[in-house]
Write a protein that binds this ligand. Sequence first.
Ligand SMILES: *[C@@H]1O[C@H](CO)[C@@H](O)[C@H](O)[C@H]1NC(C)=O
Ligand SMILES: *[C@@H]1O[C@H](CO)[C@@H](O)[C@H](O)[C@H]1NC(C)=O
Length: 288
Amino acid sequence: MVPHNGQHRLWEKFSEAPYSGGNPWKWLLITASILSCWSQPTSAQGLTVVPEPANVKEGDNVTLVVQGFSGTTLSYAWFSRSPGDSSDTQMVMYSVIYSMQTPANIRQKVLPNGSLLIPNLVLNDTKYYTVQMVDTFGKILRGGAPLTVYEKLAKPMIAVNDTNILEDESLILTCSTENVGANIGWFFNDQPLSLHGRMSTFKNNQILLIKGVKREDAGSYQCEAWNPAHAKRSDALTLTVSSSESPERSNGATLSGGAIMGVVIGVLAGVALLGALIYVLITKNTGR
Ligand SMILES: *[C@@H]1O[C@H](CO)[C@@H](O)[C@H](O)[C@H]1NC(C)=O
Ligand SMILES: *[C@@H]1O[C@H](CO)[C@@H](O)[C@H](O)[C@H]1NC(C)=O
């Protein structure tokens, strides 16, 4: 958790630019730096850094709250390290005596108690942050924490591959999101969907397959894109399931009882009519 840089290296950075000569703070820092040499290395520890709120997305504000410190402080310095970087970069310093941070014109603001406010977060603020404090005895305290800034999510889209759903058929529900890093979850009638035996998911939950659909699967479906910072739900898609034995489907291979009855009556009527016709013709021909 402690940065790789040795204390000495941090101090080089700490006391170099951007301070011009003649700034009384520079002398304070140099004094503190010299004093710190006598008390190192075991004292360079002990601070806890806690991001508040714990999970943040693009556009949010975060405060990196410094805990575990009581006493009089001369200065705070904040460092950051991007993923993949081998060393820390100094971001900002704060003089308690002058209540002033340097550089002043940056988004990040050091608060009087040493905590760091980062407003209007961007994805590139995903870094490891380290704070270093010097107290009036020249003792150095240090601590750090990683910060992850999550994507701001767009509303996902839900779709089904068939709108006329019959019992025992299979169907596919698809959830599309433009956020590559988002997790996908499913909701059924406003409750998190618990997959039953005929359901399975694919492609990181983006596809929900329902085999042998039953009437109990009818209802309102939604999908949700989420990350630890927030969640966005799709519109609701209402699934209706018709029975495959319903009479209105009698144009297919299966005929309902009523339809069969109708055909039989029709055939019988035809036969009776034909018989009557033949009788009339025969009696006419034999003539009188
Ligand atoms: C420091 O100040 C900020 C802003 O007022 C506050 O949120 C934070 O809790 C304070 N830190 C401590 C350790 O008291
Ligand atoms: C929808 O997908 C399921 C599963 O692959 C398939 O059995 C079914 O025929 C598809 N429906 C349509 C209308 O394509």
